[in-house]
Design a protein around this ligand. Structure first.
Ligand SMILES: Cc1cc2nc3c(=O)[nH]c(=O)nc-3n(C[C@H](O)[C@H](O)[C@H](O)COP(=O)(O)OP(=O)(O)OC[C@H]3O[C@@H](n4cnc5c(N)ncnc54)[C@H](O)[C@@H]3O)c2cc1C
Length: 641
């Protein structure tokens, strides 16, 4: 419950209009922009010069208007009110459903195989391209600050494949050059270190304490280095039992084998069958306060708490307690050696792909100038261009024209601006979320549709908050805050990356974008049930509620540093992803992981006539390289004959 009333929190401030705060002007766009009002003609809002989704604040990600057609298809009501589809008369070599990194990569690969004149249409239900690779912009005075609304960085526990690497290289991204753009010492030199916020509801008293042992989950990569006095501060100040503090020290600092009687293979088999919470309680024998402390460390990475992730996954992620077990995470070193973070995350990859496909849409010619390049959305869907990207367009029916084994065409119907249109194509790639496919492509075999339907995604909330300055963070000596009991479990300053013309905020009096993340879930239930309930929660929570949570959390956490939410919060963009990460199989919840056999994603991604299937769901792996790998496979299946 809140200790603050709405006035103190600044809930009444109209942060979404042009506003002046202590001499700083912020243009934060408009919430719920009615695009049809901008349209030159009402079927093509993208053509309006005012159409610029990255600058919108309020509820983004799966924004209002993006999912209504798909949900009404799911509910069986769509065709009752849809009317007769209008034939656009358009024909293509390839229509791609889904304009995320997988769909855009599919267009890239197809052009390489079929030639630059191949005619391609990409449909996406959102008002922006990129899918989870989402750019948020904030205008403050004469400056644009950039945030990531989804996919954060090039990184992967598995090495990037040759195919995925070649795309990154063709786009001009030199991953090895990343250290040049990152001011690695900035936060450390300013005395800002990772902290833990202990809240009184969970821990009995409220305190910001040094995090002596920061773990993957926050977004600060290898800047998540504990402060020089972190252990002393934690041992003296953390409001948990003394035994629990000692347990944390043991888990993080001692090399101890909690299964000495087993060899390495037996250990892995055991750890695959118990949860991380069980490992900590039953094998490491920690105090209950340690579980309270670590319960949510895994949420933003796995979508669930430590009671629902396998201990083996925890070990491979680098969570505490495994350093003496011989289960060291080889994968982590890979994740760190192939890493690149743009200020808008992997939205820069999406933008570079779009530039490659439709050069007029994004000016410039390098992977560094793309950071500040302003996309021209009017150029995305030009009749004269071989590649077209049509936004605000939900595919609602994908069907071969005749027998799939012999048909020469696929007909795609899509909903846009309250109407349904059709277009024809020789080939179709479904690069959209797999749970949607059974509803739009009913001709697929039932077994495949069931497998597709099982790819329930992991819900996530990525909120970007524009702050007037970072004075409170400076006073408290914080750059990232893990909040085990918080609505958002992580509050992070972005990595200080300056690239191309973009300069990241450095001084404490400069405005900055703070990133807050959350994975809605229900501890104690099987993982998929947790994700379903989290998805419902995200769809049914209003922006106002999330705004209040953000203001309360920042007020409580940063208040002792002089933070005033009513004064210091200038804009909020909430990227809600009810369908977030691809579901990754878990040895705790998915029998086939231990027993072997064909996995659901292998069944789901089988080609069918002239239709093939991409998306990171097709590899059950929530990473950009997988989105690219699956696009490569899907294009290969169409072009191999
Ligand atoms: C919050 C978040 C953070 C992430 N962070 C990282 C990270 O740091 N690094 C990393 O490698 N990966 C990360 N991922 C994983 C990320 O999903 C992948 O990296 C990749 O961006 C997925 O691309 P995709 O094209 O497969 O899917 P998506 O990006 O989801 O694109 C699919 C598109 O299809 C659209 N679509 C669905 N149905 C229809 C329809 N019927 N008609 C038209 N369009 C439709 C969707 O709306 C979406 O726009 C993150 C994911 C999320 C959600």
């Amino acid at each position: 419950m809140s200790d603050h009333n709405d006035r103190e929190l600044g809930m009444k401030r109209n942060i979404t209009r042009r506003d002046f705060l202590n001499g700083v002007a912020v243009t934060a766009g408009a919430t719920l922009m009615p695009w049809h009002l901008l349209a030159a003609d009402d079927s093509d809002p993208q053509k309006s010069p005012a159409y610029y989704p990255p600058a919108l604040t309020g509820l983004r990600g799966s924004h209002p208007g993006s999912f209504d057609a798909a949900h009404s298809l799911r509910d069986g009501t769509f065709w009752d009110a849809a009317g007769t589809p209008q034939d656009t008369g358009e024909t293509y070599d390839l229509i791609i459903v889904g304009g995320g990194i997988s769909g855009l990569s599919a267009a890239h690969f197809y052009r390489k195989a079929a030639g630059a004149n191949a005619r391609i249409l990409i449909l996406d239900n959102h008002d922006d391209f990129g899918g989870h690779a989402k750019r948020n912009e904030f205008r403050v005075s004469n400056r644009t600050l950039i945030g990531y609304g989804g996919t954060y960085s090039i990184e992967s526990p598995e090495p990037y494949s040759a195919v995925a690497k070649s795309v990154i290289e063709e786009l001009g991204i030199d991953v090895t050059s990343f250290p040049k753009y990152l001011d690695r010492n900035l936060y450390g030199s300013m005395g800002r270190v990772p902290k833990i916020f202990f809240d009184k509801e969970t821990f009995g008293s409220e305190k910001l304490v040094d995090d002596p042992c920061p773990f993957p989950g926050g977004e600060t990569y290898d800047l998540a280095v504990a402060g020089p006095n972190a252990w002393a501060n934690f041992m003296a100040e953390a409001p948990i039992a003394e035994l629990a503090r000692k347990d944390v020290s043991r888990l993080c600092r001692e090399k101890k084998d909690y299964l000495p009687q087993l060899n390495a293979e037996q250990k892995k088999a055991r750890l695959a069958r118990i949860s991380y919470a069980q490992f900590l309680t039953e094998l490491a024998g920690v105090h209950g306060d340690v579980i309270r402390l670590y319960q949510t460390i895994s949420q933003t990475l796995f979508g669930v708490g430590i009671e629902a992730i396998a201990a083996l996954d925890a070990a491979e992620t680098g969570y505490p307690g495994f350093s003496g077990m011989g289960t060291e995470p080889a994968a982590l070193s890979n994740e760190r050696s192939y890493f690149f973070h743009f200020p808008d995350g992997n939205a820069s990859i999406a933008r570079l792909l779009v530039r490659n496909l439709i050069p007029e849409a994004i000016p410039g010619n390098s992977a560094t100038d793309v950071v500040t390049a302003k996309a021209n959305y009017a150029k995305l869907d030009e009749r004269t261009s071989p590649v077209r990207i049509r936004l605000n367009s939900t595919a609602v029916r994908v069907k071969h024209a005749g027998d799939p084994a012999r048909a020469t065409d696929v007909e795609i119907a899509y909903a846009r601006g309250g109407k349904v249109y059709t277009a024809k194509s020789k080939n179709c790639i479904l690069a959209c979320w797999h749970v949607v496919i059974p509803y739009i492509c009913e001709e697929l075999p039932q077994k495949q549709r069931d497998a597709l339907a099982s790819a329930q995604k992991v819900p996530l909330l990525y909120s970007n908050v524009l702050l007037r300055n970072s004075a409170a963070f400076q006073k408290l000596g914080a750059n990232s805050i893990y909040a085990p009991g918080g609505y958002h479990t992580h509050v992070d300053m972005d990595l200080p990356v300056s690239i191309g013309e973009y300069r990241c905020p450095r001084a404490q009096d400069e405005p900055l974008v703070v990133h807050m993340s959350k994975a809605p879930c229900r501890a104690g239930l099987p993982a998929r049930d947790q994700h379903s309930l989290g998805r419902i929660e995200l769809y049914s929570t209003t922006f106002e509620t999330i705004e209040r949570k953000i203001r309360e959390q920042l007020a409580r956490t940063l208040g002792p540093g002089g933070f005033d939410p009513a004064r210091d919060i200038m804009a909020i963009t909430v990227n809600r992803w009810p369908h977030g990460y691809a579901y990754e199989y878990s040895s705790l919840w998915d029998k086939f992981v231990l027993e072997g056999g064909e996995t659901p994603c292998e069944i789901a991604r089988k080609p069918y006539g002239r239709i093939t299937i991409a998306n990171s769901d097709a590899g059950a792996y929530a990473y950009t390289d997988e989105a690219i790998n699956q696009a490569w496979r899907a294009v290969g299946e169409l072009t191999k004959s």
